[in-house]
Design a protein around this ligand. Structure first.
Ligand SMILES: [Zn+2]
Length: 322
């Protein structure tokens, strides 16, 4: 089931089904306690039970049918928009042309949603932070027909990111699962470079591979990624992120709004994915505080974020209410 349809269904269950069931239980209790008035031939008690049965039956029929109809309609609409989005992302997978187009598109949608969300950002700065959500999925490339890592290798990073964004930003990180790419990765995609060269090589074969694999792996999220709103951040596992020096190993990379993905090594420091997701949401490095999540070197076991950083993340197009 598509994520959005699952959420609609959950909403129906929580907001409609459960309150009615609560009322039914209260009514049941009321009917049990209702005294049987002899001068009414006990009809008052009977009437109470009738209402209870009627509500139960109507609720069951309407909610069951309603849930099915909404689900089918939701799935159909979702397939249609996903196919359209898949065609767009296939175009964006074309080397050079697609690379340039998706860089422009991703920045335009980022800026558009930042403008739309300006009041939410200001509210967040003064501490108004209702729960938001961000979608995160994992993509594992293949070499010689075999996945280069397992979901278990990268899971500590996902769990750490969920914990950090929950506690620091009041963001629910919705994990959409791990997917193995359908085809083998070119070398470029397995050893990406996190520098200016890496930015441009993303327009070539490596970046094309990421986009192409995402199209199939995260099919039902395609529409969100194209429009930007609540677009999933795809954590792509790679062999090695370069450059590595004698004193420091680069373990992950993100080029802010340029991509819907970040790359990480796995296994790695558990906070790496959270750090890269921070970059994807416009956080730069914090060179002053080694306890900060955006510290550029070895990350603390339990890193923090400043008020400003929290607000920047919550303002991102990836971070939404619905
Ligand atoms: Zn960084």
């Amino acid at each position: 089931m598509a994520e959005v349809c699952r959420e609609v269904q959950e909403w129906i269950e929580e907001q409609i089904e459960q309150p009615i069931e609560t009322w039914e239980n209260q009514q049941e209790q009321r009917c049990r306690n209702e005294p049987c008035n002899w001068w009414m031939l006990c009809l008052n008690k009977l009437f109470c039970w009738l209402v209870w049965v009627l509500v139960k039956v109507v609720r069951w029929v309407l909610v069951t049918v309603g849930k099915w109809v909404t689900r089918i309609v939701c799935e159909i609409i979702n397939v249609i928009v996903s196919v359209v989005a898949a065609i767009v992302t296939l175009v964006l997978s074309i080397p050079i042309l697609g690379g340039i187009l998706r860089t422009i598109l991703n920045w335009l949608t980022e800026i558009f949603w930042r403008i739309v969300g300006i009041f939410d950002f200001l509210g967040s700065l003064v501490g108004i932070r209702p729960r938001k959500r961000m979608y995160v999925g994992v993509l594992i490339p293949k070499r010689d027909g075999r996945a280069i890592a397992t979901e278990a290798d990268v899971m500590p990073q996902i769990l750490k990111a969920q914990d950090l964004y929950d506690r620091l930003c009041n963001i629910k990180l919705v994990y959409t699962g791990a997917c193995e790419a359908a085809i083998d990765a070119p070398d470029d995609a397995l050893t990406p470079s996190c520098d200016v060269g890496g930015f441009f090589s993303d327009w070539w074969i490596g970046g094309s591979y990421y986009e192409f694999a995402s199209t199939f792996c995260k099919f039902s999220d395609g529409f969100r990624r194209v429009t930007g709103y609540g677009g999933q951040i795809i954590v792509i596992v790679v062999d090695n992120v370069e450059p590595d020096s004698a004193t420091f190993l680069t373990m992950g990379c993100s080029f802010a709004s340029t991509h819907n993905y970040v790359v990480v090594e796995a296994p790695a420091n558990p906070a790496i994915a959270a750090h890269e997701i921070g970059h994807a949401c416009w956080l730069g490095h914090d060179e002053d505080d080694n306890g900060n999540l955006m510290w550029p070197s070895t990350l603390a076991a339990d890193p923090t974020l400043s008020n400003w950083q929290v607000s920047l993340v919550r303002w991102s197009k990836h971070c939404v209410y619905f």
